[in-house]
Design a protein around this ligand. Sequence first.
Ligand SMILES: NC(=O)c1ccc[n+]([C@@H]2O[C@H](COP(=O)([O-])OP(=O)(O)OC[C@H]3O[C@@H](n4cnc5c(N)ncnc54)[C@H](OP(=O)(O)O)[C@@H]3O)[C@@H](O)[C@H]2O)c1
Length: 346
Amino acid sequence: MNLNRVAIHLKDVMGSLKVFSTLTHDARIFVAGHRGLVGSAIVRRLKAYGFTNLVLRTRSELDLLDQAAVRDFFREQRIDFVFVCAAKVGGILHNSLHQADFIYENLMISANVIQAAALYDVKKLLYLGSSCIYPKFSPQPIPEEALLSGPLEPTNEGYAIAKIAGLKLCEKFYKQYGKCFISVMPTNMYGPNDNFHPDHSHVIPGMMRRFHQAARGGASSVTVWGTGSPRREFLYADDFAEAALTVMENYNEAEFLNVGTGEDVPIRELAFTMAQVVGFKGEIVFDSSKPDGTPRKVLDVSKVKSLGWEPRISLEVGLRLSYEWALQTDAFTCSAGARDTQSSHV
Ligand SMILES: NC(=O)c1ccc[n+]([C@@H]2O[C@H](COP(=O)([O-])OP(=O)(O)OC[C@H]3O[C@@H](n4cnc5c(N)ncnc54)[C@H](OP(=O)(O)O)[C@@H]3O)[C@@H](O)[C@H]2O)c1
């Protein structure tokens, strides 16, 4: 497939629609963090399935760090289902430099939302952790059982501990109070509403920005850090959203689930695919003087796949969809797609 010529529409690659019985169409569904990468994908999927009773609040309308405001919100709104996609999210550099902020804000968001949801009889809640929760030297692919089996990566320890506390909160409310509060641990994600900030973006939008600028500026080469051999896993946000809806609909256990493709690609392959997607025809230089990081990071996703979910969007198609979104929204040039708090998740 020539990715530069074929227009790809999300509805054509997401496949047939599901039938819901747990998530009823009149249910009041709160998507916390609905303007972010993941929350916006969940809203897109919910709307595609015809859910209209969505309750959405920006941070300025409802600061999830404010316990009293969160309780008032749940008391007044009578929410049935919650997707907890709000979090302070960041990558290696920002995480490592602001660990107090990362642990505090993520603990508070989780504690406030989960406790208020329990207090005001939310039927089911899905909490989003992260693959960062796993020990630095986990077996690959990483099974859910690897949790708390060794020391964490020190650069994002604060964030990881807050995320572990969030998933444990769900588990303990489930076991002590019978609340159907469930957690999923997603791998690296990308897609519309991603962060294209020149210095702080995740791997995919950061690389996309540089290849785009090189292609537009007629540069003869683009340099990628490291040898290109480390392998990483990437999941398109709408594929994750479909998994989140599958779990919300079909899974009722206290044990959390990994969500990813279960397949890792070398950074070198990502770079060559990226060049094709943005139409960069110059040389790709791998700077082996820069650190590679861990050689491999991929989740064991056999449990979530046993629910019948499969990712549908290949890396090539996902990159194409993301690039179309970035061009349409001017994400490479205006501040809309350039938030100031994130760097690489990998
Ligand atoms: N992105 C990834 O690759 C990845 C990988 C694994 C796990 N995850 C997890 O997935 C979840 C969503 O991540 P994301 O990438 O979608 O993050 P994101 O794009 O940064 O979105 C986070 C959202 O949370 C909201 N938020 C943050 N603090 C808030 C507060 N105090 N009150 C109300 N809203 C607040 C933000 O609102 P504003 O827009 O107003 O700032 C934003 O909408 C997070 O739990 C993250 O840990 C993400």
